[in-house]
Design a protein around this ligand. Structure first.
Ligand code: TRP
Ligand code: ZN
Length: 898
């Protein structure tokens, strides 16, 4: 916590380090009421900086360190004391230690005392459920010892850990175990680990605890045997198999698709209960939020199983994209995160339904990343300034960053992209590099010029792409004209933004729904019916020839660029695309666009106080989808899902939360009433299969349960007694959490008070000892849009299973309320805003990262009516005035009010 105004850091100020660290030797002595950290750093002057300095005297060495109690410093074997740098002295500030080297190479020894046992920020070394663990990304290592805590300083590490043998039988760190034994004090023991790969300090990890593990092996493509271990608390060993299976699949996939092999003899995952994010890719010792590891049928939903698979893959893939090749500075974060998200998405697409994976990713991006791009924290994929780097682990850096890599993939094709990634790894293995280096490898391997394309890294905001058509029957030509523009974002006026390179995958359909060969003016006769147009100008026209009739365009197939495309489709055309487009993603998107049009009518009716009347074409279209047994059931489930309220808010000029909620609920009711026979039939068929088949976490089973569950949630709207009975039966007898939780959710959102209360009670009683399941119990209730949401959430905060100290609990209850229960959170009296601000102020005092993340909904005030804007701004101002703020919260609040 600091009281002075935190300072802004700029990419343009980057300078290479004055000194390098070749070897890092750490010894940790862990005790109940403190820990001691001895660091021996083998250092030298950075030759690049020495060359620039041209013989000038050695500069002082300034190490990062925060919240450390310095016990001793020795430079080149000489003890230093606080004082003049030139007189064997050192200087200390609240975040640095400075010494004066006297030779080009030297060792530095320090000993510090730290307090993991009271570390509630969950950054650095801390305790979670009695075990010691670390989280060092981005700048947490400086809370462990004095260091050059920046990713372009890469060192080998040896780490010795000593602790009480009985309480902490397992002692882990990065790399390979090289020695272990009892301490002189017979109560304690120690272990030494060595990581031969040079790495930045943010990839350091240490774990000490009473853990059990499951073990397996993986034989790499060059026939090396790797030991795989997943460590958890003893009661959770029965929930690790899915993560282990996911890990082995990831290792094989990375070999097959990217040619990347694992490099150490052992790979470990440790699950911890208190964790600020999903997981962390520490070299050879990934540390995971237990919610991203533990999964079995009885306790985790299909969605949770897929999330575990994706996060295990993501962290594993970081071993090459992040660890072997790391970031030069934190402005380059998307170099590793964007690329690694792109890689994990490709993996999930290959393991499950590729189209469904794409639909889910795009729905998420368009709802949440587009909102971020339109808000006060909007920034480029490679930001050019920040106050607190933890605030930049964002949807823009991760998800939009992955889209940028995806566009490179689209432009180069599968083989060209692979040539580029091979060159990138070959050139930069062992280095800390930039996004430019990544793009350069892609360019050099393919002989292309991405100068203009790179604007995606520096210009913030979501581009708009307006498309118009013209057909010339006599000349048989069809033209598409694209106009791109990008709104103003903080520090970047819209009228100064230059055109992007926008790859638009597209096709043309004739009146029968057949795809037409695509031949542009000046080209040879065409065979392809789908192609990628590169839109590179602010306005650009493409003219197709030999087009015998007016076609219907299918645009931005597979969402080939992260833009807001608009084309004046009418509803009949959208229904036609829903049925005939050869691109599965665009079939879904046509349905979404149709739904948006229909919902916008209803919103307007509600605002005018008119009775709501729904366009029956949406019912007809969804009836066709629902009764087509040839379709992938997961696709049917996605198509039946109306655009969410958050998305409807995002695409509104001024969002009317009440009208959006009323319109969407009305549409759901209409669909339920009009499709109830078809829904009931598909529900029962799939429910029967669920009863007959033991749970399997695989794609076709996910698909069947997804359709079953969305059907049940619609059917529940009809209020029919046989549906209530079915929901209760599903709740009581399901053998898996996917069915049980949906049954609970539909009861919670229903008017059947007695049944609801009973189900909640039974569920809590059965699962009171399983924190992750209780998180789902909290979330389901926090998300209930029935009136009285805030009071229910406040009451749940008093439940014995709730604690503000655990990030998963905060996310499950407060995050779900403010992020998903929009009608209650945006209550016109401002009670939801006041509640959230109070909690942010409280969280700021002990976990700044979580405080800053929970704050996001309040930053979106510009989207709402003036009364709500005033209420939201008042809460932001109250937070700002509430006392000393962490840099995390300060940055988000001050930028939101600017
Ligand atoms: N590198 C991690 C990932 O994306 C992100 C992460 C984990 C993180 N824990 C964190 C970022 C804490 C900031 C703070 O895989
Ligand atoms: Zn990552």
């Amino acid at each position: 916590m600091r009281t002075d105004q935190p300072k802004m850091i700029y990419l343009k100020d980057y300078q290479a380090p004055e000194y390098l660290i070749d070897e890092t030797h750490l010894t940790f002595e862990l005790f109940d009421d403190h820990s001691l950290v001895h660091a021996q750093l083998v250092m030298r002057r950075n030759p690049d900086r020495a060359a620039l300095a041209q013989g000038a005297a050695l500069p002082p060495l300034e190490l990062d360190g925060q919240q450390l109690e310095l016990l001793s410093v020795k430079l080149a074997d000489v003890d230093l004391s606080e004082g003049d740098l030139s007189q064997n002295g050192y200087q200390l500030t609240s975040d640095s230690l400075t010494v004066q080297p006297t030779s080009e190479t030297f060792t530095l020894d320090t000993t510090v005392k730290i307090h993991p046992e009271t570390n509630t920020a969950l950054e650095g070394l801390y305790k979670s459920s009695g075990m010691f663990c670390t989280q060092c990304e981005a700048e947490g290592f400086r809370k462990i010892t004095y260091y050059l805590d920046r990713p372009d300083v890469m060192s080998t590490f040896t780490t010795t850990v000593s602790a009480n043998k009985q309480a902490f039988p397992i002692l882990l760190s990065n790399g390979n175990l090289i020695a272990a034994g009892p301490s002189d004090d017979s109560q304690r023991h120690w272990a030494t680990w060595e990581d031969p790969f040079k790495k930045p300090a943010y990839l350091f990890a240490l774990v000490a605890g009473d853990l059990w593990c499951i073990e397996d092996t993986f034989t790499t493509m060059s026939q090396r045997k790797v030991t795989l271990r997943i460590f958890v608390e003893p009661e959770n060993v029965d929930k690790c198999q899915h993560a282990m299976d996911s890990l082995k699949k990831s290792m094989r996939w990375d070999e097959e698709v990217y040619g990347r092999e694992y490099d150490l003899d052992i790979f470990m995952i440790v699950a911890v209960n208190d964790f600020n994010m999903g997981a962390m890719e520490n070299k050879g010792l990934n540390i995971f939020n237990s919610s991203a590891v533990l999964a079995r049928a009885e306790t985790a939903t299909d969605a949770a199983h897929q999330r575990v698979e994706a996060i295990v893959a993501h962290e594993y893939f970081h071993n090459w994209t992040g660890n072997r090749v790391t970031c030069r500075d934190w402005f380059q974060l998307s170099l590793k995160e964007g690329f690694t998200v792109f890689r994990d998405s490709g993996f999930s697409a290959d393991m499950n339904s590729a189209t469904v994976k794409r639909i889910q990713d795009v729905a998420y991006l368009r709802t949440h990343q587009f909102a971020e791009d339109a808000g006060p924290m909007a920034h480029a994929v490679r930001p050019d300034s920040f106050i607190e780097i933890s605030n930049f682990y964002t949807l823009t850096v991760y998800e939009k960053g992955a889209e940028v890599v995806g566009m490179i993939h689209t432009l180069l094709g599968v083989e060209g992209f692979r040539k580029g990634s091979d060159l990138f790894f070959e050139r930069h293995d062992g280095q800390a590099v930039t996004c430019d280096d990544f793009v350069k490898a892609m360019e050099d391997a393919n002989g292309v010029d991405f100068t203009q394309f790179k604007r995606w890294y520096s210009q913030a905001g979501t581009p708009r792409l307006a498309v118009s058509e013209s057909y010339d029957a006599a000349a048989k030509t069809y033209s598409l004209t694209f106009r791109q523009s990008t709104p103003t974002t903080p520090g970047q006026p819209g009228d100064q933004k230059l055109p992007f390179v926008i790859p638009v995958a597209m096709g043309l359909l004739d009146a029968q729904g057949q795809e037409l060969p695509l031949r542009l003016q000046g080209e040879a006769p065409a065979v392809n019916t789908s192609r990628v147009l590169s839109v590179i100008e602010a306005e650009q026209t493409f003219t197709f020839i030999d087009i015998a009739e007016q076609p219907l365009p299918s645009l931005l197939r597979g969402f080939s660029a992260p833009v807001k495309l608009s084309f004046p489709y009418n509803r009949d055309q959208l229904m036609f695309l829903m049925q005939h487009d050869s691109d599965g993603f665009n079939r879904w998107d046509a349905g979404q666009q149709l739904s948006v049009q229909v919902l916008q009518d209803l919103i307007a009716q509600h605002q005018k106080g008119e009775p709501l009347v729904m366009d029956q074409r949406l019912i007809t279209a969804l009836h066709t989808v629902l009764t087509d047994e040839s379709l992938d059931q997961a696709m049917v489930a996605e198509m039946l899902s109306l655009p969410g309220e958050a998305y409807l808010i995002e695409i509104s000029e001024v969002a009317d939360v009440d009208a959006i909620h009323a319109a969407r609920e009305f549409a759901r009711q209409q669909l339920a009433d009009n499709l109830s026979d078809a829904l009931w039939q598909r529900y029962q068929a799939n429910r029967e299969l669920s009863k007959q088949t033991p749970y399997v976490a695989a794609s076709e089973h996910f698909a069947r349960r997804a359709l079953q569950n969305i059907a049940l949630s619609y059917l529940m709207q009809t209020g029919k007694p046989e549906v209530l009975a079915a929901a209760i039966d599903q709740f009581d007898t399901a053998d898996n959490m996917t069915e049980r939780l949906t049954a609970l959710a539909v009861l919670v959102n229903s008017p059947f008070e007695a049944e609801k209360a009973k189900a909640l009670e039974v569920f809590a009683e059965n699962f009171k000892d399983n924190a992750l399941v209780m998180d789902q119990w909290f979330s389901v209730q926090a998300g209930s849009t029935l009136p009285g949401g805030l009071e229910r959430v406040k009451a749940l905060m008093q439940h014995p299973a709730f604690t503000m100290k655990n990030p998963n609990k905060v996310r499950a209850l407060i995050g779900a309320f403010a992020g998903q229960n929009l009608i209650n959170f945006h209550a016109a009296d401002g009670s939801g805003y006041r509640f959230l601000a109070d909690l942010v102020i409280e969280l700021n005092g002990f976990n700044p990262q979580i405080a800053s993340r929970q704050l996001a909904p309040l930053t979106r005030w510009r989207k709402y009516d003036s009364a709500r804007q005033a209420l939201m701004k008042a809460e932001l101002e109250r937070i700002l005035a509430s006392g000393p703020l962490s840099p995390d919260v300060y940055e988000v609040v001050s930028k939101s009010l600017a």
